[in-house]
Design a protein around this ligand. Structure first.
Ligand SMILES: [Zn+2]
Length: 144
């Protein structure tokens, strides 16, 4: 589903999904804080999300994802975690960088590529010897 929506839309859904998990609902002010933009630009963006039937938005500044919005949020969270874990546990990338890069990539990665990545991670996790060989190889590169 992620591929049906532009990056900005996905990013807003992701923020609202995260806020809803903590507070049950998201407020315009909190969305603005998270995104680092003004409440008025959040309102403009939210109108577009409403047109796409991803959210419900009342006059008191409370925002809730629709069923479809929730599904998209869940999908993005799964992608985020999968890509982040791959960066950290397979590629040995620092958590802060992994977090930031996962959040960029998750909005662009194509379904087929993502599915292949999931398969690859599954394969690697079941081949500890393969992973430690790769670690050794990387260590050798550092020394060289
Ligand atoms: Zn993310």
């Amino acid at each position: 589903m992620q591929q049906n929506f532009d990056t900005t839309t996905q990013e807003y859904v992701e923020i609202i999904y995260e806020l809803q998990k903590i507070n049950r609902v998201a407020r315009v002010k909190d969305i603005a804080d998270k995104r680092g933009v003004s409440p008025s630009s959040v309102s403009t963006a939210l109108n577009l999300l409403k047109e796409k039937a991803l959210i419900e938005h009342d006059v008191y500044g409370v925002v809730m994802l629709t069923k479809m919005g929730n599904e998209l949020g869940k999908e993005l969270e799964e992608r985020h975690q999968t890509i982040k874990n791959f960066f950290i546990h397979v590629l040995d990338i620092k958590p802060e960088i992994a977090e930031k890069e996962a959040c960029i990539l998750e909005h662009h990665i194509n379904n087929q590529v993502f599915e292949s990545l999931v398969e690859f991670i599954d394969f690697v996790e079941n081949q500890p010897a393969w992973l430690s060989k790769y670690r050794n190889y990387k260590n050798e590169l550092v020394k060289a």
